[in-house]
Design a protein around this ligand. Structure first.
Ligand code: ZN
Length: 199
């Protein structure tokens, strides 16, 4: 129906989450109408993140250097590690200004039904960090969903065995159950952080 380059753009846009066929067409026509500068800017931005952004070698947050900005920041409390599912979860926690520790990004949540097992996540890397010493508390800030809760319980049990002296805490309830952390508002998330409880 469309010239092959247009069809290719629609197909690629349609692979994005939440973008159906109709929306993909609308976006493609928007791009076709846009200034060349804006359209090329979008293409370049996509290329640049894929070329320059990787994962921090310590915490697996997004980084454009071997270590992310938070791991490089000596003022951040290295004795406190906040465990989150995705790099996108770091941002809402940072926005609360309640947290001055470091992070550990798992890369997802345990979900045996979907074939996500501990070895598919950065869980072993977390144990290595904690067992290396110098950690006072691990805050489990996985999402308040079934898989997020299961992941928190799994890690808490393992840390009790591996590092009994390290406090393991979970965000206080009050976060919308079943929702992802990234959709929580700052005040609610800030309170959940401040009121975290031992697991
Ligand atoms: Zn890092």
């Amino acid at each position: 129906m469309y010239a092959p380059p247009v069809q290719r753009l629609i197909t690629e846009l349609g692979k994005l989450p939440g973008i159906g066929q109709r929306t993909a067409q609308r976006l493609a026509f928007h791009i076709l109408r846009a200034d060349a500068e804006d359209a090329i800017g979008l293409a370049d931005a996509i290329r640049e993140v894929k070329e320059r952004i990787g994962l921090c070698e310590v915490c697996f947050n997004l980084a454009d250097e071997p270590r992310c900005r938070i791991c490089q920041d000596e003022r951040r409390d290295a004795e406190l590690i906040c465990v989150v599912e995705e790099p996108g979860d770091v941002i809402p926690i940072e926005r609360t200004h309640e947290y001055r520790g470091r992070y550990h990004v798992l890369g997802g949540a345990l979900s045996p039904i979907d074939g996500v097992d501990p070895e598919d996540l950065k869980i072993a890397e977390l144990y290595v960090r904690v067992e290396a010493g110098g950690v006072r508390e691990v805050v489990l800030a996985t999402n308040p969903t079934t898989t997020g809760e299961a992941t928190a319980l799994h890690i808490a049990a393992a840390l009790r065995d591996r590092a009994p002296d390290v406090a393991v805490t979970r965000l206080a309830s009050g976060l919308p159950v079943g929702a992802d952390l990234e959709y929580a508002d700052e005040v609610t998330l800030g309170k959940a952080l401040a009121g975290r409880r031992a697991l």
